[in-house]
Write a protein that binds this ligand. Structure first.
Ligand code: GLA
Length: 392
Protein backbone atom coordinates (compact mmCIF):
# COMPACT_ATOMS: atom_id res chain seq x y z
CA UNK A 1 0.00 0.00 0.00
CA UNK A 2 2.79 2.36 1.03
CA UNK A 3 4.72 1.44 -2.12
CA UNK A 4 1.65 2.19 -4.23
CA UNK A 5 1.21 5.60 -2.56
CA UNK A 6 4.88 6.29 -3.12
CA UNK A 7 4.43 5.55 -6.87
CA UNK A 8 1.44 7.81 -7.13
CA UNK A 9 3.36 10.53 -5.30
CA UNK A 10 6.36 10.14 -7.65
CA UNK A 11 4.11 10.22 -10.74
CA UNK A 12 2.41 13.40 -9.52
CA UNK A 13 5.76 15.05 -8.79
CA UNK A 14 7.18 14.09 -12.21
CA UNK A 15 4.00 15.22 -13.97
CA UNK A 16 4.01 18.60 -12.27
CA UNK A 17 7.73 19.03 -12.99
CA UNK A 18 7.02 18.36 -16.68
CA UNK A 19 4.14 20.85 -16.60
CA UNK A 20 6.29 23.46 -14.87
CA UNK A 21 9.06 22.97 -17.46
CA UNK A 22 6.60 23.37 -20.32
CA UNK A 23 4.90 26.48 -18.90
CA UNK A 24 8.28 27.99 -18.06
CA UNK A 25 9.39 27.51 -21.66
CA UNK A 26 6.19 29.06 -23.00
CA UNK A 27 6.59 31.93 -20.56
CA UNK A 28 10.15 32.56 -21.66
CA UNK A 29 9.05 32.62 -25.33
CA UNK A 30 6.38 35.20 -24.62
CA UNK A 31 8.82 37.16 -22.49
CA UNK A 32 11.23 37.21 -25.40
CA UNK A 33 8.47 38.66 -27.58
CA UNK A 34 7.75 41.27 -24.95
CA UNK A 35 11.33 42.41 -24.57
CA UNK A 36 11.42 43.17 -28.29
CA UNK A 37 8.42 45.48 -28.33
CA UNK A 38 8.47 48.31 -25.84
CA UNK A 39 7.45 51.86 -24.97
CA UNK A 40 10.02 54.28 -23.63
CA UNK A 41 9.34 57.66 -22.11
CA UNK A 42 11.73 60.60 -21.80
CA UNK A 43 11.48 64.35 -21.34
CA UNK A 44 11.72 66.20 -24.66
CA UNK A 45 11.62 69.78 -23.39
CA UNK A 46 9.46 72.45 -21.76
CA UNK A 47 6.95 74.90 -23.19
CA UNK A 48 7.46 78.63 -22.43
CA UNK A 49 4.77 78.36 -19.71
CA UNK A 50 6.81 75.64 -18.00
CA UNK A 51 4.90 72.51 -19.06
CA UNK A 52 7.04 69.41 -19.47
CA UNK A 53 6.76 67.73 -22.86
CA UNK A 54 7.29 63.97 -22.94
CA UNK A 55 8.48 61.88 -25.84
CA UNK A 56 7.22 58.29 -26.10
CA UNK A 57 9.14 55.93 -28.34
CA UNK A 58 7.21 52.85 -29.46
CA UNK A 59 9.16 49.88 -30.84
CA UNK A 60 7.41 46.82 -32.28
CA UNK A 61 8.67 43.22 -32.57
CA UNK A 62 10.13 43.78 -36.05
CA UNK A 63 12.01 46.94 -35.05
CA UNK A 64 9.71 49.66 -36.46
CA UNK A 65 9.83 52.73 -34.25
CA UNK A 66 7.51 55.68 -33.75
CA UNK A 67 8.44 58.76 -31.72
CA UNK A 68 5.38 60.63 -30.40
CA UNK A 69 5.42 63.68 -28.14
CA UNK A 70 2.78 65.21 -25.92
CA UNK A 71 3.05 68.67 -27.56
CA UNK A 72 0.50 68.57 -30.39
CA UNK A 73 0.32 64.74 -30.07
CA UNK A 74 2.95 64.99 -32.80
CA UNK A 75 4.60 62.02 -34.53
CA UNK A 76 8.24 63.17 -34.58
CA UNK A 77 9.67 60.18 -36.37
CA UNK A 78 8.64 56.90 -37.92
CA UNK A 79 11.40 54.42 -38.73
CA UNK A 80 10.34 51.83 -41.30
CA UNK A 81 12.53 49.30 -43.21
CA UNK A 82 13.11 49.37 -46.96
CA UNK A 83 13.17 46.23 -49.14
CA UNK A 84 16.68 45.41 -47.81
CA UNK A 85 15.60 45.79 -44.21
CA UNK A 86 17.34 49.16 -43.79
CA UNK A 87 15.42 51.55 -41.52
CA UNK A 88 14.78 55.16 -42.50
CA UNK A 89 12.72 57.86 -40.84
CA UNK A 90 9.90 58.54 -43.32
CA UNK A 91 8.24 61.56 -41.67
CA UNK A 92 9.21 65.22 -41.75
CA UNK A 93 9.93 66.92 -38.43
CA UNK A 94 12.49 68.59 -36.18
CA UNK A 95 15.13 67.46 -33.69
CA UNK A 96 14.12 69.83 -30.88
CA UNK A 97 10.96 71.10 -29.19
CA UNK A 98 12.04 74.71 -29.73
CA UNK A 99 11.84 74.29 -33.49
CA UNK A 100 8.29 72.95 -33.18
CA UNK A 101 7.39 75.88 -30.89
CA UNK A 102 8.60 78.40 -33.47
CA UNK A 103 5.82 77.30 -35.81
CA UNK A 104 5.62 74.85 -38.70
CA UNK A 105 3.03 73.55 -41.17
CA UNK A 106 1.46 70.92 -38.83
CA UNK A 107 4.30 68.36 -39.18
CA UNK A 108 3.05 65.05 -37.69
CA UNK A 109 0.36 66.73 -35.56
CA UNK A 110 -3.13 65.82 -34.46
CA UNK A 111 -5.34 68.50 -35.93
CA UNK A 112 -8.58 69.68 -34.32
CA UNK A 113 -11.18 70.58 -33.22
CA UNK A 114 -11.91 70.82 -36.96
CA UNK A 115 -9.26 69.63 -39.39
CA UNK A 116 -9.25 71.49 -42.74
CA UNK A 117 -11.20 74.65 -43.60
CA UNK A 118 -14.46 76.24 -42.50
CA UNK A 119 -15.49 79.06 -44.84
CA UNK A 120 -15.14 82.52 -43.19
CA UNK A 121 -14.80 80.64 -39.87
CA UNK A 122 -18.59 80.84 -39.50
CA UNK A 123 -21.37 78.31 -39.08
CA UNK A 124 -24.88 78.20 -37.66
CA UNK A 125 -25.92 75.44 -35.31
CA UNK A 126 -29.42 75.15 -33.78
CA UNK A 127 -30.12 78.78 -34.77
CA UNK A 128 -26.96 80.23 -33.20
CA UNK A 129 -24.22 81.68 -35.41
CA UNK A 130 -20.69 80.92 -34.26
CA UNK A 131 -17.59 82.86 -35.29
CA UNK A 132 -14.37 80.85 -35.09
CA UNK A 133 -10.81 82.17 -35.20
CA UNK A 134 -9.74 82.90 -38.78
CA UNK A 135 -6.16 81.97 -39.60
CA UNK A 136 -6.14 81.19 -43.34
CA UNK A 137 -7.11 84.36 -45.16
CA UNK A 138 -10.77 84.86 -44.27
CA UNK A 139 -11.18 81.18 -43.36
CA UNK A 140 -10.66 78.90 -40.36
CA UNK A 141 -8.02 76.19 -40.85
CA UNK A 142 -7.04 73.19 -38.72
CA UNK A 143 -8.70 74.31 -35.48
CA UNK A 144 -7.65 77.97 -35.52
CA UNK A 145 -4.80 80.00 -34.06
CA UNK A 146 -4.05 77.57 -31.24
CA UNK A 147 -5.42 74.26 -32.43
CA UNK A 148 -4.86 70.79 -30.97
CA UNK A 149 -1.44 70.75 -32.69
CA UNK A 150 -0.18 73.46 -30.30
CA UNK A 151 -1.40 72.21 -26.92
CA UNK A 152 0.22 69.79 -24.48
CA UNK A 153 -1.73 66.54 -24.15
CA UNK A 154 -1.73 64.25 -21.09
CA UNK A 155 -0.32 60.84 -21.86
CA UNK A 156 0.16 57.32 -20.58
CA UNK A 157 1.80 54.28 -22.16
CA UNK A 158 -0.32 51.42 -23.52
CA UNK A 159 0.78 47.79 -23.80
CA UNK A 160 -1.35 45.21 -25.60
CA UNK A 161 -0.65 41.58 -26.54
CA UNK A 162 0.66 42.46 -30.01
CA UNK A 163 1.08 46.22 -29.87
CA UNK A 164 2.51 49.07 -27.86
CA UNK A 165 1.16 52.56 -27.77
CA UNK A 166 0.51 55.86 -26.10
CA UNK A 167 -2.86 57.22 -25.04
CA UNK A 168 -3.18 61.01 -25.24
CA UNK A 169 -6.00 63.06 -23.77
CA UNK A 170 -6.96 66.70 -24.03
CA UNK A 171 -9.92 68.73 -22.78
CA UNK A 172 -10.81 71.52 -25.19
CA UNK A 173 -12.74 74.11 -23.18
CA UNK A 174 -16.09 75.63 -24.13
CA UNK A 175 -15.35 78.68 -26.33
CA UNK A 176 -11.80 77.63 -27.32
CA UNK A 177 -11.07 79.15 -30.76
CA UNK A 178 -14.80 80.00 -30.85
CA UNK A 179 -16.18 76.43 -30.62
CA UNK A 180 -19.14 75.60 -28.39
CA UNK A 181 -18.92 72.96 -25.65
CA UNK A 182 -16.28 71.28 -23.55
CA UNK A 183 -14.85 68.56 -25.75
CA UNK A 184 -12.90 65.75 -24.12
CA UNK A 185 -10.66 64.02 -26.64
CA UNK A 186 -8.65 60.81 -26.59
CA UNK A 187 -6.17 59.80 -29.27
CA UNK A 188 -4.41 56.44 -29.01
CA UNK A 189 -1.45 55.71 -31.23
CA UNK A 190 -0.48 52.02 -31.36
CA UNK A 191 2.33 50.35 -33.24
CA UNK A 192 1.32 46.74 -33.89
CA UNK A 193 3.46 43.69 -34.59
CA UNK A 194 1.78 43.65 -38.04
CA UNK A 195 3.76 46.81 -38.84
CA UNK A 196 0.79 49.15 -38.55
CA UNK A 197 0.59 52.55 -36.94
CA UNK A 198 -3.00 52.76 -35.76
CA UNK A 199 -4.63 56.03 -34.65
CA UNK A 200 -7.89 55.74 -32.69
CA UNK A 201 -9.78 58.90 -31.85
CA UNK A 202 -12.69 59.45 -29.47
CA UNK A 203 -14.42 62.62 -28.31
CA UNK A 204 -17.41 63.61 -26.20
CA UNK A 205 -19.04 66.98 -25.68
CA UNK A 206 -21.46 68.77 -23.36
CA UNK A 207 -22.91 71.03 -26.12
CA UNK A 208 -23.50 70.32 -29.84
CA UNK A 209 -20.28 71.10 -31.74
CA UNK A 210 -18.56 70.27 -35.01
CA UNK A 211 -15.70 67.76 -34.65
CA UNK A 212 -13.28 66.60 -37.33
CA UNK A 213 -9.99 65.25 -36.01
CA UNK A 214 -7.18 64.19 -38.29
CA UNK A 215 -3.49 63.40 -38.41
CA UNK A 216 -1.07 65.56 -40.39
CA UNK A 217 2.17 63.62 -40.95
CA UNK A 218 4.19 64.56 -44.02
CA UNK A 219 5.58 61.36 -45.52
CA UNK A 220 8.48 60.72 -47.80
CA UNK A 221 8.77 56.95 -48.13
CA UNK A 222 12.36 57.25 -49.43
CA UNK A 223 13.30 58.94 -46.13
CA UNK A 224 12.67 62.52 -44.97
CA UNK A 225 14.84 65.18 -46.59
CA UNK A 226 16.02 62.89 -49.42
CA UNK A 227 14.18 64.56 -52.30
CA UNK A 228 10.72 65.31 -53.63
CA UNK A 229 7.79 62.90 -53.52
CA UNK A 230 6.87 63.20 -57.21
CA UNK A 231 8.02 59.65 -58.04
CA UNK A 232 5.81 58.05 -55.37
CA UNK A 233 2.95 56.07 -56.95
CA UNK A 234 -0.39 56.81 -55.35
CA UNK A 235 -3.67 54.92 -55.46
CA UNK A 236 -6.74 56.55 -53.94
CA UNK A 237 -9.88 54.49 -53.44
CA UNK A 238 -12.03 57.39 -54.60
CA UNK A 239 -13.88 58.04 -57.84
CA UNK A 240 -15.08 61.50 -56.76
CA UNK A 241 -13.55 64.53 -55.07
CA UNK A 242 -14.87 67.80 -53.64
CA UNK A 243 -13.82 70.61 -56.02
CA UNK A 244 -12.88 73.89 -54.34
CA UNK A 245 -12.93 77.65 -55.00
CA UNK A 246 -9.80 79.82 -54.97
CA UNK A 247 -9.84 79.87 -51.12
CA UNK A 248 -9.85 76.03 -51.10
CA UNK A 249 -13.43 75.92 -49.78
CA UNK A 250 -15.51 73.13 -51.39
CA UNK A 251 -18.22 74.29 -53.76
CA UNK A 252 -20.52 71.51 -52.51
CA UNK A 253 -20.24 69.44 -55.67
CA UNK A 254 -19.03 65.83 -55.63
CA UNK A 255 -17.24 65.64 -58.98
CA UNK A 256 -16.09 62.51 -60.85
CA UNK A 257 -12.30 62.14 -61.11
CA UNK A 258 -12.63 60.48 -64.52
CA UNK A 259 -10.52 62.08 -67.23
CA UNK A 260 -8.96 64.57 -64.76
CA UNK A 261 -5.55 64.74 -62.99
CA UNK A 262 -7.50 63.79 -59.82
CA UNK A 263 -7.93 60.22 -61.05
CA UNK A 264 -5.77 58.02 -58.79
CA UNK A 265 -8.06 55.00 -59.01
CA UNK A 266 -5.08 53.25 -60.71
CA UNK A 267 -1.60 53.75 -59.17
CA UNK A 268 -0.08 56.90 -60.74
CA UNK A 269 3.07 58.87 -59.93
CA UNK A 270 2.20 61.99 -57.92
CA UNK A 271 4.31 64.07 -60.33
CA UNK A 272 2.77 62.68 -63.52
CA UNK A 273 0.06 65.37 -63.81
CA UNK A 274 0.67 67.76 -60.89
CA UNK A 275 1.71 70.63 -63.18
CA UNK A 276 -1.06 70.16 -65.75
CA UNK A 277 -3.10 73.14 -66.85
CA UNK A 278 -6.09 72.39 -64.62
CA UNK A 279 -8.18 74.90 -62.65
CA UNK A 280 -8.35 72.72 -59.52
CA UNK A 281 -4.56 72.17 -59.49
CA UNK A 282 -4.08 75.92 -59.95
CA UNK A 283 -6.28 76.69 -56.92
CA UNK A 284 -4.34 74.16 -54.79
CA UNK A 285 -0.92 75.05 -56.29
CA UNK A 286 -0.87 71.28 -56.81
CA UNK A 287 -2.91 68.60 -55.03
CA UNK A 288 -4.68 69.95 -51.94
CA UNK A 289 -8.07 68.28 -52.28
CA UNK A 290 -10.51 66.10 -50.40
CA UNK A 291 -11.39 62.79 -52.04
CA UNK A 292 -14.69 61.01 -51.43
CA UNK A 293 -13.79 57.49 -50.33
CA UNK A 294 -15.62 54.59 -51.93
CA UNK A 295 -16.05 52.66 -48.66
CA UNK A 296 -19.35 52.97 -46.82
CA UNK A 297 -19.91 56.56 -45.66
CA UNK A 298 -19.12 56.14 -42.05
CA UNK A 299 -19.43 58.45 -39.11
CA UNK A 300 -18.03 55.96 -36.67
CA UNK A 301 -18.64 52.36 -35.74
CA UNK A 302 -17.64 50.50 -38.94
CA UNK A 303 -14.31 48.86 -39.57
CA UNK A 304 -11.56 50.76 -41.44
CA UNK A 305 -11.67 50.39 -45.25
CA UNK A 306 -8.80 50.82 -47.71
CA UNK A 307 -8.45 54.51 -48.64
CA UNK A 308 -4.97 54.84 -50.16
CA UNK A 309 -1.84 52.95 -51.13
CA UNK A 310 1.50 54.66 -51.79
CA UNK A 311 4.55 52.93 -53.25
CA UNK A 312 8.05 54.41 -53.43
CA UNK A 313 10.00 52.55 -56.16
CA UNK A 314 13.61 53.16 -55.04
CA UNK A 315 13.15 51.90 -51.45
CA UNK A 316 10.28 49.48 -52.16
CA UNK A 317 8.34 50.89 -49.19
CA UNK A 318 4.55 50.71 -49.37
CA UNK A 319 2.11 52.49 -47.07
CA UNK A 320 -1.56 51.58 -47.08
CA UNK A 321 -4.12 53.68 -45.27
CA UNK A 322 -7.39 52.24 -43.93
CA UNK A 323 -9.99 54.44 -42.32
CA UNK A 324 -13.51 54.71 -40.96
CA UNK A 325 -13.73 58.29 -42.30
CA UNK A 326 -15.65 59.30 -45.46
CA UNK A 327 -12.86 61.47 -46.94
CA UNK A 328 -9.13 61.91 -47.33
CA UNK A 329 -7.23 65.14 -48.05
CA UNK A 330 -4.34 64.58 -50.42
CA UNK A 331 -1.85 67.43 -50.07
CA UNK A 332 1.34 67.30 -52.16
CA UNK A 333 3.45 69.58 -49.92
CA UNK A 334 2.93 72.60 -52.19
CA UNK A 335 3.70 75.18 -49.49
CA UNK A 336 7.03 73.61 -48.47
CA UNK A 337 9.71 75.97 -49.72
CA UNK A 338 12.99 74.99 -48.05
CA UNK A 339 12.62 77.39 -45.10
CA UNK A 340 12.02 74.45 -42.73
CA UNK A 341 15.34 72.81 -41.83
CA UNK A 342 14.37 69.48 -40.38
CA UNK A 343 15.86 66.55 -38.50
CA UNK A 344 19.60 66.07 -39.05
CA UNK A 345 19.71 69.27 -41.16
CA UNK A 346 17.31 67.88 -43.81
CA UNK A 347 15.97 70.70 -46.00
CA UNK A 348 12.27 70.39 -46.78
CA UNK A 349 11.86 71.91 -50.22
CA UNK A 350 8.81 72.20 -52.48
CA UNK A 351 6.96 68.84 -52.50
CA UNK A 352 9.49 67.01 -50.32
CA UNK A 353 6.61 65.44 -48.37
CA UNK A 354 2.94 64.57 -48.88
CA UNK A 355 0.01 64.31 -46.47
CA UNK A 356 -2.98 61.99 -46.57
CA UNK A 357 -5.38 63.30 -43.94
CA UNK A 358 -8.38 61.05 -43.21
CA UNK A 359 -11.33 63.27 -42.39
CA UNK A 360 -14.86 64.50 -42.97
CA UNK A 361 -15.19 66.85 -45.92
CA UNK A 362 -13.95 70.44 -45.52
CA UNK A 363 -16.55 73.09 -44.64
CA UNK A 364 -19.11 70.42 -43.69
CA UNK A 365 -20.75 72.68 -41.03
CA UNK A 366 -21.89 74.89 -43.96
CA UNK A 367 -22.72 72.08 -46.37
CA UNK A 368 -25.86 70.23 -45.22
CA UNK A 369 -25.46 67.90 -48.23
CA UNK A 370 -22.14 66.54 -46.81
CA UNK A 371 -22.07 63.85 -44.07
CA UNK A 372 -22.68 65.54 -40.71
CA UNK A 373 -19.80 66.51 -38.41
CA UNK A 374 -22.00 67.60 -35.50
CA UNK A 375 -21.37 65.79 -32.23
CA UNK A 376 -24.19 65.95 -29.69
CA UNK A 377 -23.99 65.47 -25.91
CA UNK A 378 -24.41 61.78 -25.08
CA UNK A 379 -22.95 60.66 -28.43
CA UNK A 380 -19.38 59.62 -29.06
CA UNK A 381 -17.14 60.72 -31.95
CA UNK A 382 -15.01 57.80 -33.12
CA UNK A 383 -12.46 57.59 -35.93
CA UNK A 384 -9.91 54.86 -36.63
CA UNK A 385 -7.12 55.16 -39.21
CA UNK A 386 -4.46 52.50 -39.81
CA UNK A 387 -1.18 53.07 -41.67
CA UNK A 388 0.12 49.65 -42.78
CA UNK A 389 3.74 49.30 -43.94
CA UNK A 390 5.43 46.61 -46.05
CA UNK A 391 7.87 46.44 -48.98
CA UNK A 392 7.78 45.28 -52.56
C1 GLA B 1 -3.51 71.12 -45.16
C2 GLA B 1 -4.15 72.11 -46.04
C3 GLA B 1 -3.11 72.78 -46.86
C4 GLA B 1 -2.06 73.41 -45.98
C5 GLA B 1 -1.47 72.36 -45.11
C6 GLA B 1 -0.48 72.95 -44.14
O1 GLA B 1 -3.21 69.97 -45.79
O2 GLA B 1 -5.16 71.57 -46.85
O3 GLA B 1 -3.70 73.77 -47.66
O4 GLA B 1 -2.63 74.41 -45.19
O5 GLA B 1 -2.46 71.69 -44.40
O6 GLA B 1 0.43 73.81 -44.76
Amino acid sequence: MNKCLHHIFLTVVLFSMALAFCSCKCHSISLKGKTQMNVQKETFGKTPDGRKVQLYTLTNASGLKAGIMTYGAIVLSLDVPDRNGKLADITLGFDTLDEYLKGHPYFGAIVGRYGNRIGKGKFTLNGIEYQLATNNGPNHLHGGIKGFDKVVWDAEPVTEKDAVGVKLTYLSKDGEEGYPGNLSCTVIYTLTNNDELKISYEAQTDKPTPVNLTHHSYFNLAGHGTGDILGHELMLNADRFTPVDEGLIPTGELRSVKGTPMDFTKPTAIGARVNQDDQQLKYGLGYDHNFVLKGPLNSGGGSPALAARVYEPTSGRVMEIYTTEPGIQFYSGNFLDGTNIGKGGGVYKHRYGFCLETQHFPDSPNKPEFPSVILNPGDKYTHVTVHKFYTR
